[in-house]
Design a protein around this ligand. Structure first.
Ligand code: ZN
Length: 170
């Protein structure tokens, strides 16, 4: 990944984490005086005539309003919510699939509360039945994960540890 493509955390004017953009985009916002650099942890980028700091966090000068973020329902996010473990037997070392707790043909929806991670063996055993019919209780009641900043940005944190104090608590 080039230096200009590295992710930068964008904070709202009130310091709430807003989204992630590229370093290129962050510099454009800073040079246009729409944002200021909060953390400059990545050195400088030099051109023949000048040098710019490479931010890792910027903050918008004006408050941006937007709807409460939600976690998008996807296979990857379901695995993540369920901690990559089968929600029937708890196994983590198996081939994982997505199971409809109530099968679609019985009216079960494609929703956070009706989809769980299941190992291939449990999925086969359960077959076309609902979880209660199959006598297979769930380890946890599935629901939509809260879109906290920690949840939304967790995948960036291992390589962007300097973001942690700005994400905690949102
Ligand atoms: Zn299982």
């Amino acid at each position: 990944m080039g230096a200009m493509d590295r992710p930068v955390l964008v904070l709202n004017a009130n310091y709430a984490p807003l989204h992630v953009c590229t370093t290129r985009r962050a510099l454009v916002l800073v040079l246009a005086e729409k944002a200021t650099i909060i953390l400059n942890g990545r050195g400088m980028i030099r051109t023949p005539s000048t040098a710019f700091p490479l931010p890792s966090i910027i903050r918008l000068g004006q408050m941006v309003s937007r709807p409460q973020p939600r976690v998008r329902l996807s296979k990857q996010e379901l695995f993540r919510r369920d901690n990559h473990s089968c929600q029937y037997c708890g196994r983590q070392d198996a081939v994982l699939t997505i199971d409809h707790v109530i099968p679609r043909r019985l009216g079960g929806g494609h929703t956070w509360s009706n989809l769980v991670t299941a190992c291939a063996a449990c999925n086969r055993k359960k077959g076309g039945r609902s979880a209660p019919e199959a006598g297979m209780p769930l380890l946890r009641t599935p629901s939509e994960p809260p879109a906290t900043a920690n949840y939304l940005y967790r995948r960036y944190l291992p390589v962007n540890q300097d973001w942690v104090p700005f994400i905690d608590g949102w």
